[in-house]
Write a protein that binds this ligand. Structure first.
Ligand code: HEM
Length: 501
């Protein structure tokens, strides 16, 4: 059989060569330097025969069986981080899947994540070009989806310098403390049975649709010849509708700021004011268009709000399931408050158990469990495997957080494991990478943590929490929602009983 194939290949190549020689003869090129030409063509012919094919030489990571056309798309299920975790237990920490036409490397160990995010950070610095992201984020004009380069560098530094730097995060302290106090009053109002403000729900719904769409793969990105499906099933129409409504909303926000800017020149400037000022000053090296401003605002909303409150919701849920841990945290809050009714940001430095609770929550419930997908910009070897250019990479931070070779009793909520333990989430310990790592590590990490620590500390300090209708800890639903950020599918409902301060 192999002989027969080999024979056929030689016949075909020889026929092609003859055709080529005939063509050259027709054009009288052959007669110019026929011996040299024949020698060159024969050399190419034999080199082509002896050169081993690239495919045969590649050492690829193990792969689960694929279906025709869709490849492994059927393996993703409703919760890809969970399905991929189960597959990784069979196929190992580096698996090569195929989503339609696209090769996808799934990384489920801390070591391999370190290879991707540290050793080969630059090779995997960009995200894939996805049609939903392009439509919703103004042709990749935000920080998170912008390709690595000058535009990304400038946009990221605008975000960091004007919103997320240590200095800026410290400067919002008053706002955070005020908002935390308001949140506490708000909870009191809810506890007293006041109605939730319906107006706010409109934007909330828009934002949740936006996040859901960002987390939904478009079939055309993986099987271009099936792109029409998204037209037929209404997916494209939904993306266009959400993009249009968000755009109108953001235009409104910018107009409001432009109009108020002159009236309240001395008021404290917010992020949109700062962006408008940078646009006017024209100091970035290229003009900042309105779409860039809108994309940055969307980044802050999408990357910043849902992710941050998700941590709080899971932390409260876990604490309600683990009354001992709740008591321990309340004890610590009581101690550091020194009898005050509120916990201030200064008190947080002395709350080691609080920090351990938040780390343990991030280990078990990373808000973006598979981080942001990346693409290899060139062929590269990872742990001895060949990863070809154009391979998408998914790092399953959720699976790494539950790896039994790294964590004792990995499925259990045990905050104490982080006491007197140097492991942190700042991108240096690959066992715990809810914020990613490397050049594109989340720039909002510090702000998110500051907000979460302050809110959680005050929630447990000011209130005793119980479940409604005599429900027990075991009744708490731990199902995750579908979409980009994994919060609880059913919102946490708990009763706040005011402590006697
Ligand atoms: C608990 C809260 C948060 C979590 C878990 C989180 C998680 C992440 C992750 C996993 C990435 C990708 C990192 C990588 O690829 O290595 C990321 C990127 C990003 N995050 Fe966050 N984030 C949070 C809060 C925030 C906040 C509060 C902001 C801003 C207000 C923010 C803004 C961004 C931006 C702009 C990027 C893109 C960075 C780039 O591509 O250069 N995030 N975040």
């Amino acid at each position: 059989m192999i002989n027969f194939l080999f024979h056929r290949i030689i016949c075909e190549v020889s026929r092609d060569m003859l055709n080529l020689l005939q063509l050259l003869r027709q054009h009288e090129i052959f007669f110019i330097s026929s011996p040299l030409l024949i020698f060159t063509l024969l050399l190419i012919f034999f080199l082509a025969l002896i050169r081993p094919s690239r495919k045969r030489k590649l050492i690829l990571p193990p792969s689960p069986a694929k279906l025709p056309i869709i490849g492994n798309l059927h393996n993703l299920g409703r919760q890809p981080h969970r399905s991929l975790h189960v597959l990784a237990q069979r196929f190992g920490p580096l698996m090569l899947l195929r989503f339609g036409n696209v090769p996808v490397l799934v990384v489920s160990s801390a070591d391999a994540a370190c290879e991707i995010k540290k050793t080969h950070d630059l090779t995997f610095i960009n995200g894939p070009k996805l049609s939903v992201t392009r439509k919703l984020l103004y042709d990749y004009k935000d920080v998170a989806s912008a390709p690595y380069g000058e535009y990304w560098r400038q946009m990221r530094s605008i975000c960091v310098l004007n919103l997320l730097s240590n200095k800026m995060v410290k400067s919002y302290r008053a706002i955070r403390e005020e908002e935390t106090a308001l949140a506490m009053q708000y909870i009191k109002r809810i506890a007293l049975g006041r109605k939730y403000n319906e107006d706010k729900n409109k934007f909330k719904k828009l934002l949740s649709d936006f996040l859901e769409l960002l987390g939904t793969p478009d079939v055309g990105d993986y099987l271009p010849w099936l792109a029409w499906v998204s037209h037929v099933n209404g997916f494209n129409a939904k993306v266009d509708k959400v993009a249009k409504e968000l755009d109108e909303f953001l235009d409104g926000v910018i107009e409001e700021h432009v109009n108020q800017h002159n009236k309240h020149a001395n008021d404290q400037k917010d992020f949109v004011d700062v962006l408008l000022e940078i646009q006017k000053q024209d100091t970035v090296g290229f003009p900042i268009e309105r779409t860039s401003i809108k994309a940055l605002i969307l980044d802050v909303f999408s990357a910043g709000t849902d992710t941050t409150y998700t941590v709080l919701e899971w932390a409260m849920t876990e604490l309600l399931r683990h009354p001992k841990a709740m008591k321990e945290l309340q004890k610590e809050a009581g101690k550091v408050s020194g009898g005050k009714s509120s916990i201030s940001e200064d008190d947080l430095h002395n709350m080691q158990y609080l920090k351990a609770v938040i780390k343990e929550t991030l280990r078990l419930h990373p808000p973006i469990p598979t981080l942001l997908p990346r693409v290899s910009t060139k062929d590269v070897k990872i742990n001895g495997y060949d990863i070809v250019e154009g391979t998408q990479v998914i790092i399953n931070a959720w699976a790494i957080g539950r790896d039994p070779s790294l964590w004792e009793k990995p499925e259990e909520f045990i905050p104490d494991r982080f006491l007197n333990n140097p492991i942190d989430f700042k991108g240096h310990h690959f066992e715990l990478i809810p914020f990613g790592s490397g050049r594109r590590i989340c720039p909002g990490m510090q702000l998110a943590m500051q907000i979460n620590e302050l809110l959680l500390a005050n929630l447990v300090h000011k209130f005793d929490w119980t479940l409604p209708d005599g429900a027990s800890e075991r009744d708490l639903d731990m199902t995750e929602c579908i979409g980009f950020t994994k919060h609880k599918e059913s919102p946490l409902i708990a009763i706040a009983n005011q402590c006697s301060f």
